[in-house]
Write a new protein. Structure first.
Lengths: 120, 310, 138
C-alpha cells in the first residue's frame, strides 16, 4: 500500500526486497536508500528485488532500478529482479524501458538458485 | 470486432459521393418529385404485377408462402415504391435502404434475385411513364433517366448490405481462427513451444504476445520456442511487435529461441535495423529444442536395449 | 459517439498521481479493457501525471471520459497544466528523448502504448496532452 515502508531483509549474504503493488515515488526512492545502507551494513553480495506484486512499472521506477543496480554493483553486489508480471513486461517493452544491467528471473526461487550457484 | 456499418458504402457521405459520380442532381430529384403523383396512381398496379411475377418463380415464391406475409410485404413494397419518387434522398432514405437490404440478406434472398427484382420494377414502371400524353416525350425521358439513376443508387446500397453480412461472417471466423491457431504448449518442464502459422497482423501478434508470456509465467518456463516456419512474411509493424515479444519474454527472465526464419522475414528484420545479436535462432524447432534442453542442463540419452517400458 | 461517464482529478502532488493511477485502473478494468491494456493505460497516466507535477511547474488536472462508439469502448484522458510548456514538441516525441529534468519525457513511449495521442503546448502558457485507448465493448 502507498505509504507503507519497504522492508529490506537480509537472507544469508543477499538482500531481499519485496516491492508492493503500486509503489509511490517516495517508496521507490526509499528503496534505493535502504538498499545501499543495508549493503554497507551487511556487505551483501547481492540484491533480490521481488516485483511479483508490482502492476505498474513506469520510466521513473525503471530508472531507479537501473541506478540502484549500478550502485549495488559499485558496492560489490549483483542484482536480480524476479517475478515480473506479463502485462508489466509487455508494457515496459513497448515503452522502451531498460533495467540496466540487472538480470531478471521468473521467480524468487530461481534467483536464489543463481545467487547460491555463484557463491559456491 | 463487429462493425455496424459496411466498409463498402460505409456512410451517408460516401453515398453522396456516389450520387455525384452518377450525376444524380437536384434536377433529377425534381423530376422524380414531378413523377410522384403519377406514381401514386400506378403504384398498386405495379406492385401487383411484381408479386405476380415473384410468385411464378420458384426462387422467389418460397419466401411468399403465406397470405399474411404476402399482404404485409405488398404494403411495404408500395411504401418503398413511393419513396423512389418522394423527392427526399437524404440520410433517412439512405438508412432505410440499407435496412431493407439487410432484411433481404437475412431472410436468405440471393443477391442476384434481389437485383433482378429492381430490373423487373423498371419494366413495370417505364411503360407507365410514357403512357401519359400530358407529360411529353422530353419530360418522360428525363423522368426515366432520374428513376434509373435512383434505382442504381438503391442497388448499390442493397449490395453493400449483402457484402457487409458476408464481411461479418469472415470477421467472426477470423477471430475464431486467431484463437485456435496460436497455441502455446508446454512441451517439457521448463520449455514452452509456440508454432505460429499464417499471416501475423498487429492484433494477432498482441494476442500471441499475451498468451505466450502468461503461459511462460504459469508453467514457470525459462525457455520459449517460437517457430515461424509457417509465417512467410511480415510487415515492419508486425516485425516490431515480434521483436517486442522477444524482449518482453527476456524481461520476464526467460529466453526466446526463434526457429524457422524464412528469407523474407530475415530481410525485414535486418532492414529494420534492430540489434539482433542477442536473439537466438535455429533453422528448425527440433534444433531449437536441443538448445532449450541444453539451457536447462538436460540431455537426451539413448536407453540401453531392452529397457523400454521399465 | 456516446459519452458514458466523465470526471476529473487534480494533479498537484505525488499523492494525486497515485490517486489518478488507482482511479483509472478501476475505471479501465470495469470498462472491459484487458489486463495488458489496463497496464498500458495506467502506465501512461503515471508518465503524463508525473510530467506535470515534476516538470511543468504548475498544478494540473486529469480529465477522463468513457466513450461508446458502435461496439467499441474508448477511454479518453486529457492532462492539462499551466506550466512552462514544451519548447519543441516534435523533438519530445522522438523515441529516446530523455533529456533529464525536462518536460516531455516518456511521451514517445506513451504514444506507442495508446491508440491516439494529441499534444498542444505553448512555452510559458501550458500543455495539454490527450490520449485515447479503444477496446471491444463488453
Amino acid at each position: 500500500m502507498e505509504g507503507d515502508s519497504l522492508s529490506v531483509i537480509k537472507l544469508k549474504d543477499i538482500l531481499l526486497v519485496t516491492v508492493p503493488d503500486d509503489p509511490g515515488d517516495n517508496v521507490i526512492q526509499e528503496l534505493q536508500v535502504k538498499v545501499l545502507n543495508a549493503m554497507e551494513k551487511f556487505g551483501s553480495k547481492g540484491l533480490l528485488l521481488d516485483i511479483s506484486s508490482v502492476n505498474v512499472l513506469d520510466s521513473f521506477f525503471a530508472r531507479t532500478i537501473s541506478e540502484t543496480t549500478q550502485m549495488v554493483a559499485l558496492m560489490g553486489g549483483r542484482t536480480i529482479i524476479a517475478g515480473m508480471q506479463p502485462s508489466v513486461a509487455i508494457t515496459a517493452t513497448e515503452l522502451g524501458l531498460h533495467l540496466g544491467k540487472a538480470q531478471t528471473t521468473l521467480d524468487v526461487d530461481r534467483a536464489l538458485d543463481i545467487f547460491s550457484d555463484s557463491s559456491s | 470486432m463487429y462493425h455496424t456499418q459496411s466498409k463498402y458504402i460505409a456512410s451517408f457521405n460516401e453515398w453522396t459521393e456516389q450520387k455525384e459520380f452518377i450525376n444524380f442532381t437536384e434536377e433529377d430529384e425534381s423530376y422524380l418529385k414531378k413523377l410522384h403523383p403519377y406514381a401514386m396512381n400506378y403504384a398498386d398496379e405495379c406492385v401487383e404485377m411484381l408479386y405476380e411475377h415473384l410468385l411464378k418463380h420458384d426462387a422467389t415464391r418460397k419466401f411468399l408462402t403465406d397470405e399474411k406475409t404476402l399482404n404485409r410485404l405488398k404494403l411495404t413494397q408500395k411504401a418503398y415504391f413511393l419513396d423512389l419518387t418522394s423527392g427526399d434522398y437524404g440520410e433517412d432514405y439512405f438508412n432505410g435502404r440499407i435496412k431493407i437490404g439487410m432484411v433481404h440478406q437475412r431472410i436468405g434472398l440471393p443477391p442476384q434475385m434481389y437485383l433482378s427484382t429492381f430490373c423487373y420494377y423498371l419494366q413495370t414502371i417505364i411503360p407507365k411513364i410514357y403512357s401519359y400524353p400530358d407529360l411529353g416525350t422530353e419530360t418522360a425521358n428525363k423522368m426515366f433517366m432520374a428513376l434509373y439513376k435512383i434505382i442504381c443508387l438503391d442497388q448499390e446500397l442493397a449490395i453493400s448490405a449483402y457484402i457487409h453480412a458476408v464481411d461479418e461472417v469472415i470477421t467472426r471466423q477470423t477471430e475464431e481462427i486467431l484463437e485456435m491457431s496460436t497455441p502455446v504448449i508446454q512441451v517439457w518442464e521448463g520449455v514452452v513451444a509456440a508454432p505460429i502459422i499464417g499471416t501475423l497482423d498487429s492484433n494477432r501478434t498482441h494476442q500471441f504476445m499475451e498468451r505466450l508470456l502468461e503461459t511462460i509465467v504459469a508453467t514457470n518456463s525459462p525457455v520459449a520456442l517460437v517457430d515461424i516456419t509457417g509465417v512467410p512474411q511480415i510487415d515492419t509493424a508486425t516485425a516490431q511487435h515480434l521483436i517486442d515479444t522477444i524482449n518482453a519474454v527476456r524481461l520476464l527472465g526467460s529466453q526466446v529461441i526463434i526457429t524457422g526464419v524464412r528469407p523474407a522475414i530475415a530481410q525485414t528484420l535486418v532492414h529494420l535495423g534492430i540489434d539482433l545479436t542477442d536473439i537466438i535462432t535455429r533453422p528448425t524447432m527440433a534444433s531449437g529444442l536441443k538448445v532449450a534442453l541444453d539451457r536447462l542442463s538436460l540431455r537426451v540419452i539413448d536407453m540401453p536395449k531392452g529397457m523400454q517400458g521399465v | 459517439m456516446d459519452v458514458k461517464e466523465a470526471g476529473h482529478l487534480p494533479i498537484t502532488s505525488e499523492g494525486d498521481m497515485i490517486t489518478c493511477r488507482k482511479a483509472i485502473r478501476t475505471l479501465a478494468t470495469s470498462a472491459g479493457f484487458g489486463m495488458t491494456d489496463v497496464t498500458r493505460i495506467v502506465t501512461s497516466v503515471s508518465e503524463l501525471a508525473r510530467n506535470i507535477y515534476t516538470h511543468a511547474g504548475s498544478d494540473g488536472v486529469m480529465r477522463w471520459r468513457i466513450l461508446l462508439q458502435a461496439d467499441k469502448v474508448g477511454l479518453e484522458l486529457i492532462f492539462e497544466d499551466q506550466g512552462i510548456g514544451i519548447a519543441n514538441i516534435e523533438q519530445a516525441m522522438q523515441p529516446g528523448f530523455t533529456t533529464a529534468n525536462s518536460l516531455g519525457m516518456g511521451m514517445s513511449g506513451v504514444k506507442r502504448l495508446m491508440d491516439e495521442m494529441d499534444v498542444h503546448s505553448e512555452v510559458g502558457v501550458g500543455t495539454t496532452v490527450k490520449i485515447m485507448k479503444w477496446g471491444r465493448a463488453k
